[in-house]
Structure formats: structure tokens, C-alpha cells
Design a protein around this ligand. Structure first.
Ligand code: ZN
Length: 288
């Protein structure tokens, strides 16, 4: 199943994509695409529906983030050896983790370059959405805790990340830095999460072109590993790292995003995102 949330920001309704690619409204069936809806029982209930009898949504509404009420967005750093190398870092012996402390946004929403930013960068990532409470889960069982997958862009401000002291969260958490979607594809439909092509283009030029086969720590390991340090809940999101080709890694000179840039982001089976990067507008004086 492909699950979506459609409508204006803050007013999205849940839906699913039918076999003809149309959105069918789920708002009379589930409260939203969130924790319980993504549990094994919740998914089973959705699977038993006949999509053809659900109201068809007309037009092409905006798609919001494909999950709501996300408890946390946990990210894995340096999880592809070619990206660790371009970052001048050693391949980690255990997963590097950090938190993205912003709300997820729609796949095609504009992304604002933050006030004071000078080094805004991109990172295509396979996002894992948790479907069951996970604590001390064995790696062999870990994929049973995954509800589905989505495309994510782990947008990063490198100056905040590396030049302002401390760890990485400052450069990862600006408003709009977590486009997620267009849809959540349930795990059964994706199959092996380590066999997906993953790519990103800026203004039509392909910068990242990798495969999740090259992850140092695969999805099962990451879910199991995190579950030893924190409890994962349905609706939590894990961004599993990015392959080589981020702006910071371009030689001889890095490439940073500027207003007007268009970023296209995709993963096999999971669809694609199209974002326009825009300048920060100071709204604090509005109405003054
Ligand atoms: Zn990342």
C-alpha cells in the first residue's frame, strides 16, 4: 500500500493511492497516517478495504509529510563508506546517531534557507517508519518492526553543523529540513530495503547516485541497534544516511544551495520529491 496525507499544511487528510494512481480518502476510516494506523493490526484493517468504494480525491492536492505525530526523527550519520570518505571521516565502527528536531514537511514543499545560513546542503536518505514498539529487538526480527519506507531529504546547514560547536543537531533541525514522502510505501511492497537505487539532482544535474546495498549498517541492524538505546514507537522515523555526492563533498569547491535552486530526490519504489529552495523572509515585522 501507498499511504499519503493530502491537503493544505495542518489540514491534511489521510489517503491511499489506488491501483490507478488516484488518491482515495481514508478520513472516514482512520484518524490519520500515524502510530496506530501503521501497526500490524492497523495495516491489516486497511488491506481488507476495497479501495474502489472509498471516495476518490479529485485534482492534484498538495501532499503533506506522509506520517504525522512523529515521536522522533533519528538519523544515522556516515552510513555509506563513499560518503564517509568524501566527508574526511573514518568509517564508523558503530552507527553514528543524531536527532533531527524539526517537523517533517511535504515532499514538494518549498524549503527555506535559514536566516544566517551559508552552507545549505542536501542528503537523499531512505526513511524507515516504525510500526511496532521496539525495545531490545534482535537483528533477525528487526524488519518486523518496520511499517514502511519513504524518501527523505536530510537537509543540512553545514556551517551550523560543523562550525558552531558541539554535535550535529544544530545544523539538521531548521524548519523545513525534513521533507518526507510523497507517500509511505508499506514494507511488504518494498521487499528488500538493501536493494534500492537512491539518487538526487540539483537543477537537473545528478549529484548523488547510489544504492542502499552500500549502507554500512543496513536497516535491520539500525533498528535493532537503536532499540538497545531508546524505545522506538509506531510512527517514529529513522533516516538511514546518505551516499556520496553531497554539496560539501564536491571537489575542489563545495556547492551550496541558493534561493531558486530546484532539488529532485528519488528512491526506487518510493517515488520522488521536488523542492524549491527559497530565501528566508523575516516575518517578525509583519503587521508592525
Ligand atoms: Zn543524513
Amino acid at each position: 500500500m501507498k499511504l499519503v496525507r493530502y491537503g493544505e499544511p495542518g489540514e491534511e487528510k489521510p489517503g491511499l493511492i489506488d491501483e490507478n494512481g488516484n488518491i482515495r480518502d481514508l478520513s472516514n476510516v482512520v484518524p490519520d497516517i500515524e502510530g496506530h494506523t501503521l501497526s500490524p493490526e492497523g495495516q491489516e484493517a486497511l488491506r481488507s478495504l476495497d479501495a474502489a468504494v472509498l471516495p476518490q480525491v479529485s485534482g492534484s492536492p498538495r501532499l503533506g509529510p506522509c506520517v504525522v505525530n512523529i515521536g522522533r526523527i533519528v538519523c544515522i550519520g556516515l552510513n555509506y563508506s563513499d560518503h564517509a570518505k568524501e566527508s574526511g571521516m573514518a568509517e564508523p565502527e558503530e552507527p553514528v546517531i543524531f536527532v533531527k528536531a524539526c517537523a517533517a514537511t511535504g515532499a514538494n514543499d518549498d524549503v527555506t534557507i535559514p536566516l544566517g545560513a551559508t552552507k545549505t546542503d542536501w542528503e537523499v536518505e531512505l526513511a524507515v517508519i516504525i510500526g511496532r514498539r521496539a525495545q531490545h529487538v534482535r537483528e533477525a526480527d528487526a524488519l518486523e518492526y518496520v511499517a514502511g519506507y519513504a524518501v527523505a531529504n536530510d537537509v543540512s546547514e553545514r556551517a551550523f553543523q560543523h562550525e558552531r560547536g558541539g554535535q550535529w543537531t544544530k545544523g539538521k533541525s531548521c524548519e523545513g529540513f525534513a521533507p518526507l514522502g510523497p507517500w509511505l510505501v508499506t514494507a511488504d511492497e518494498v521487499g528488500d530495503p538493501q536493494a534500492l537505487r537512491i539518487w538526487l539532482e540539483v537543477n537537473g544535474k545528478r549529484f548523488q547516485d547510489g544504492s542502499t546495498a552500500d549502507q554500512i549498517f543496513g536497516v535491520a541492524h539500525v533498528v535493532s541497534y537503536l532499540s538497545r538505546f531508546m524505545v522506538l514507537h509506531p510512527g517514529d522515523v529513522i533516516m538511514t544516511g546518505t551516499p556520496a555526492g553531497v554539496g560539501a563533498g564536491i571537489k575542489p569547491d563545495p556547492v551550496w544551495l541558493k534561493p531558486g535552486d530546484k532539488v529532485r530526490v528519488g528512491i526506487d519504489k518510493l517515488g520522488e520529491q521536488n523542492q524549491r529552495f527559497v530565501a528566508f523572509e523575516d516575518n517578525s515585522k509583519a503587521g508592525a
